[in-house]
Design a protein around this ligand. Structure first.
Ligand code: ADP
Ligand code: MG
Length: 498
């Protein structure tokens, strides 16, 4: 290690030499002696000593205290006074220059040594502290996270990122607010609770999500941590927060995309199931139809050829009726599983709704169900297949009636939104509802919760609405009721097309 350099400032030549010799004996280097304040300042700049030993009373314009203060402010070199004066006034003036020591003449070599060593140690510690403070200051200044300090419910510090996020750059009344002033009023209570819980449960810093409201009233999502501590007997908070609005948006989009993929996947599975059912039905339909035709033909032949009493005729009628019924079921199954293209013609949704309501009226009366129609006078016409829509709507209505064995209210509602250019139809019941678990499955072919159900009603309805480019949304609360909301887009008018 190189020797410690000391500049001695002393106007008495003999004393100066004495100090120089003592210092050299102690192992320090004394490259220069200055006899006036002016000379001390000049030499300090030239040789940059580690310490200046300064006499207070000097010849020349300025005294030692003034020279010391200049040296401190210009070069930050530590000062030790070595003087014969110990009056209050001199001491007070000297204090302002933050000397690292004060030795009275005549000095003892030992005193000089300890004071110097302590001064040098203290100075190096202070330099280290200043350096680390500077490092932390830079970190805080350049941090992309907002950092704030609050003491006694008032913000006393905000870093530039925090100023920007909170939009308080031009606010002259700031600081003065508490960080809690930036949390939307309705959120405050729950935020404080969550914060307390997070800080209580974990020993490390916990970030929690919350909205912030800027000075101009706009909002953004943050992830925020608050670390309480005590500063000079007062409650203080260190606050770190970051804007996560973009991240939240991306998360939301990802969630939507995932839901869409799941829906598409389910639709694919459903249509795959239908296709398999189609192949299966087509295969067996032929096999069953032939023997059925034979049974029917033989029954008819027997009835025309043989003399039969009333009772026997009745039995043959049953055979005939049932072969017809079996034939019809096969036909419907084939219709369902081999979806021919749905032909659409301009028509009126309300007419279809009126018809299905008429059809279910007797069943509603029988089951003590209040059928409420909220169908407006006029809806725009749209391309539709009335037979198929009738079938789809009947399925929603039948399910609703079956969900209210002890009566209730069945509301059928239609409306038109000019803004979205859509017609919506809503079938709402006050029945037993659908459990959360079943919600995803109701459109699956063969999914049923009924003893005598086929589980084909809703999947057929889904395909029909799909063929009208429409969409179905279900909302259900177990024990409260279910609503099926069908949205049907109207074609874009020709004159509106670009
Ligand atoms: P099915 O009526 O033969 O059971 P669907 O495809 O019509 O077949 O319906 C499937 C299942 O969806 C039903 O078994 C029932 O669990 C549920 N569901 C449909 N509509 C309703 C409704 N309005 N209220 C309660 N559950 C319903
Ligand atoms: Mg059904």
């Amino acid at each position: 290690m190189s020797k410690i350099k000391i500049l001695v400032v002393e106007d008495e030549r003999i004393v100066a030499k004495d100090i120089q010799n003592t210092l050299k004996n102690l192992g320090y280097e004394v490259p220069a002696i200055a006899s006036t304040g002016e000379e001390a300042i000049k030499k300090s700049g030239e040789i940059m000593p580690d310490v200046v030993i300064m006499d207070i009373v000097l010849k020349g314009e300025i005294d030692g205290i003034e020279a010391a203060s200049k040296i401190r402010s210009l070069y930050k070199i530590p000062i030790i006074y070595l003087t014969a004066y110990e009056d209050e006034e001199t001491l007070d003036r000297a204090k302002i220059t933050e000397p690292l020591g004060y030795i009275l003449k005549p000095f003892e070599e030992r005193d000089l040594h300890t004071t110097l060593e302590m001064a040098i140690y203290k100075h190096s510690m202070e330099s280290k502290l200043t350096e680390s403070e500077e490092r932390y200051r830079l970190l805080v200044e350049h941090s992309p996270d907002g950092i704030a300090i609050e003491v006694d419910k008032k913000i006393i510090f905000l870093n530039p990122a925090a100023v920007k996020m909170l939009g308080v750059a031009d606010d002259v009344s700031f600081p003065g607010n508490s960080i809690f002033d930036f949390i939307p009023p309705g959120h405050l209570e729950s935020f404080k609770n969550r914060l307390a819980k997070a800080n209580e449960k974990h020993s490390s810093i916990q970030f929690i999500e919350e909205q912030f409201i800027r000075k101009d009233g706009t909002r953004f999502y943050t992830e925020i941590a608050m670390i309480p501590y005590v500063q000079e007997g007062k409650i203080a908070l260190q606050i770190i927060f970051r804007d996560i609005t973009e991240r939240k948006k991306a998360d939301e989009e990802l969630r939507k995309a995932y839901a869409e993929i799941k829906r598409t996947q389910q639709a694919l599975i459903n249509s795959e199931k239908l296709a398999a059912l189609g192949r299966f039905s087509a295969g067996i339909a032929h096999e069953i139809r032939n023997p059925l035709a034979n049974i029917s033909a033989s029954a008819q032949f027997s009835m025309s050829k043989f003399e039969m009493d009333k009772n026997m005729k009745k039995h043959f009628d049953v055979i005939l009726r049932n072969t017809e019924s079996a034939n019809r079921i096969i036909k419907e199954l084939l219709d369902f599983t081999s979806p021919r293209e749905t032909v659409l013609e301009e028509g009126n949704i309300n007419a279809v709704l009126e018809k299905v309501c008429e059809l279910v009226k007797p069943r509603c009366t029988k089951h003590n169900i209040n059928l409420v129609k909220k169908i407006p006078e006029k809806l725009p016409s749209m391309p539709l297949n009335d037979k198929k829509l009738e079938e789809a709507f009947m399925n929603f209505l039948s399910n609703a009636i079956e969900a209210m064995p002890d009566g209730g209210t069945l509301t059928v509602e239609s409306s038109f939104s000019k803004k979205d250019n859509t017609i919506t139809v809503n079938f709402a019941d006050t029945g037993f509802g659908i459990s959360q678990e079943d919600m995803d499955k109701v459109f699956e072919p063969f999914f049923t919760t009924k003893d005598d159900g086929t589980g084909l009603g809703l999947s057929l309805a889904y395909h029909i609405i799909n063929a009208h480019s429409g969409d179905i949304n279900v909302e259900s609360k177990p024990g409260k009721g279910t609503a099926f909301l069908i949205t049907l887009p109207l074609p874009v008018k020709k004159e509106n097309r670009i």
